[in-house]
Design a protein around this ligand. Structure first.
Ligand SMILES: NC(=O)c1ccc[n+]([C@@H]2O[C@H](COP(=O)([O-])OP(=O)(O)OC[C@H]3O[C@@H](n4cnc5c(N)ncnc54)[C@H](OP(=O)(O)O)[C@@H]3O)[C@@H](O)[C@H]2O)c1
Length: 291
């Protein structure tokens, strides 16, 4: 039996590390699970931690801001295993403090949106039939959408190509440079806008993969892990520690999507939270919560 090969981006900590743990437990000796990190020392420390738990992840360097780093991993996976079964685009950033909005917009869109887009484009050629691609987005996407002008909401709803989504992301970055993004109908939220980009991107990628006759049974979806106690939310802890879940709990929906059984057709191009589809582009989904 060939090994199930999985790659998780930004998995030296938090939700990504918990996803790697879950895959290692699920596949055991039948899996090759790649814990990846942009920093070798942090990555190897995480690998050693999982080894102490009796698990056996592999390590590879990966910076999702750098296409050559993506290509190196893709080529190494192709050489070693012939293809990839599961890709989880988990790596993400959220600015702490209050740097200028234009800096937050460019940085958030680069890592959170383009990182996901370019990882998918780079790895799709080696994704095997039955493959699962899962992006870690956030329920801040519908929150951000609800803060936008009706006109911008309509444009997000009506995107029909990846370029349409990228154009919206570029327009947001440009508007933050002149400081009139809110006047132009954008939410004052770089992280949220970048995650909304991921949700819109997922919808298009889901539509495209159905039409791609070279791929069978490949699913591309995104999800919110919940409100998870990680490095990203450490500064919220005092206020919200009671409502936060653990990284292992946060891994549940991304792992669920990545292990959807063969032949699943009804979950494609969607955003999920707590294993439920949240189709906010299609209408009201009620109160939006993380947990
Ligand atoms: N925590 C929450 O409540 C929550 C809620 C909704 C969505 N999310 C999403 O969940 C995902 C995981 O976040 P987390 O909460 O687990 O936070 P985290 O512990 O800070 O993990 C983020 C990971 O992404 C990595 N990363 C950042 N930029 C990268 C790059 N250019 N290349 C490769 N790796 C990079 C970080 O690596 P370094 O250690 O090198 O910085 C880190 O390993 C993110 O996409 C986040 O937006 C989190």
């Amino acid at each position: 039996m060939s090994l199930k090969v999985a790659v998780v981006t930004g998995s030296n900590s938090g939700v990504g590390l918990a996803i790697v743990r879950a895959f290692c437990k699920h596949f055991g000796e039948n899996g090759a699970v790649y814990l990846t990190a942009r920093n070798e020392e942090r990555g190897m420390q995480a690998v050693e931690g999982l080894k102490k738990e009796g698990l056996n992840p592999r390590f590879h360097l990966l910076d999702v801001d750098d296409v050559s780093s993506m290509e190196k991993l893709r080529d190494d996976i192709k050489t070693e295993h012939g293809g990839l079964d599961i890709l989880v685009n988990n790596a993400g950033i959220a600015y702490k403090g209050n740097p200028p909005m234009s800096e937050q917009a460019a940085g958030s869109v680069k890592t959170n949106y383009h990182g996901v887009r370019l990882m998918t484009d780079t790895f799709l050629p080696i994704i095997r039939d039955g493959g699962r691609i899962t992006h870690v987005a956030s329920m801040v996407a519908p929150m951000t959408y609800n803060k936008m002008s009706k006109e911008l909401q309509q444009r997000f709803k009506q995107v029909s190509s990846v370029q349409d989504v990228t154009n919206l992301m570029n327009e947001f970055i440009e508007a933050t440079k002149t400081g009139d993004h809110v006047k132009k109908g954008w939410a004052d939220w770089a992280y949220g806008t970048s995650k909304l980009g991921v949700v819109a991107l997922t919808k298009i990628q889901g539509e495209n993969i159905i039409k791609d006759s070279s791929k069978k049974d490949v699913l591309i979806n995104c999800c919110c892990p919940g409100y998870v106690a990680t490095g990203m939310t450490a500064h919220h802890k005092g206020d919200h520690s009671k409502t936060m879940i653990t990284p292992d709990q946060g891994a549940d929906t991304p792992v669920y999507l990545s292990l959807l059984p063969a032949g699943t057709t009804n979950i494609q191009g969607k955003l999920l939270s707590k294993r439920q589809v949240k189709d906010f582009f299609a209408g009201d989904i009620g109160p939006i919560t993380f947990n």
